[in-house]
Ligand binder design. Sequence first.
Ligand code: NAD
Length: 506
Amino acid sequence: MTAFDSAVEAKTLLEGLGVDSTAGTWESRSPIDGGPIGRVDAADGEAVAAAIGRAHEAFLQWRLVPPPRRGELVRLFGETLREEKAALGRLVSLEAGKILQEGLGEVQEMIDICDFAVGLSRQLYGLTIATERPGHRMMETWHPLGVVGVISAFNFPVAVWAWNACLALVCGDSLVWKPSEKTPLTAAAVGALFRRAAERFGDAPAGLLEVVHGGRETGGALVDDPRVALVSATGSTRMGREVGPRVAARFGRTLLELGGNNGMVVTPSADLELAERAIAFAAVGTAGQRCTSLRRLIVHDDIKDALLARLKRIWSGIPVGNPLDPGVLVGPLIDRMAFEAMEKVLAEARAQGGIVTGGERLHAESWPDAYYVRPALVEMAGQSDVVMRETFAPILYVLGFRELDEAIALHNAVPQGLASAIFTTDLREAELFLSAAGSDCGIANVNIGPSGAEIGGAFGGEKETGGGRESGSDAWRAYMRRATNTINYGRDLPLAQGIEFSLPVA
Ligand code: NAD
């Protein structure tokens, strides 16, 4: 293990990105060595209310700026991100613990959504609709919505915010962002880069992006404020259960991106070499801390033993260590709580008949305050209680099946509905999996794993995953309000449905 001091790394990166992290009430720690890496100020309810007030003022101005001009700000932000990709990507690795390739990938995802949003700024189309009334025209127009509150999770500390922010900005909205309390410094850095882009832009209203730090209470202040038109919240299903009803009680809008419990079906015709690579990336990548991580492998009985043997070989040799070191493929868990949750769940799995390979703690002697684990493979006889839950750690349950219908039923039996995949070379099997009778998830893939989505598609899932869709396709509509307009250019007043309503002659 090479000598490493996260505080020294963080200081250089943060100074370069224009963030003062020397003082503040909230401390951030790197999961790489468990050491403190900087501070930010936490916002209390009053500070959040003031931030929402500033964002609302900004919205009143920003909604009047033509969308392509709004796109110019996002274009400049994308340029700033290109300039700082190396530093920001490294900071993501340092604070969230993902390997550098994935840290850089996360910033690339931000750049990609900037490009997407710039194009979108000229394509906020509404429909023209056939009207039943003569001398009339009917159409839809899309208007800015208001202040968008973004609550984000630790595992994608900046990209998921960018999916929301870039679309919201071209749609004419302003933003108040409550990042994860575990990754405040990357958010502070993104805030500084956004300010840099706004200065280049010239006349962006102050308050267009407000960043408020803190835990659940800070998030709660956003959730309850009626000036926040849309709360876009990414995190656990537990969080969504609390946030959803509170926003609904004030008739606000929510966009919920919650937990997943993603499955892959492998049939006898699958290309096993492709499958094993996809399984490894999806199950152990980001140390199993992606919402789309592969958690359930449903393999045909005829190939299960062969595939399992191959996976055991891969699992035992996978390089686990400092995510900034080249060659390392699995970094640390985010914190001790995550490690304890993993241990507890593995014990439960054993108690429910599971055969566990791996899962032990690593590097505890070098870094007693950091939590590295060997990814675990768990053979299960059935889809017991523990398999039905999302555990945010690198645990892959392996189940068998005989008939494809049985595999699809198993796959869909969990309460979550985010991402899914089938590995097969049989067209009938592939099409069935993608059909109405197939996977019930928001993302369904063939011959690629469930994780690692591109920004061009709509991202999100069904059931307890919350139903939200972000990023590409027509996800922008969530950030705007739709008005249906009917214009009468005739000299008569025909009523819809042929209703007669003649006033008595006076
Ligand atoms: P978390 O639920 O602990 O926290 C997420 C965010 O919600 C944090 O900013 C937190 O402060 C805030 N929060 C928590 N309770 C709140 C409350 N009552 N009111 C307001 N804000 C509240 O999740 P986490 O541990 O940071 O992230 C892991 C979880 O996120 C996993 O379940 C994962 O599947 C999910 N996730 C989902 C997606 C997706 O797109 N579906 C993406 C990333 C992560």
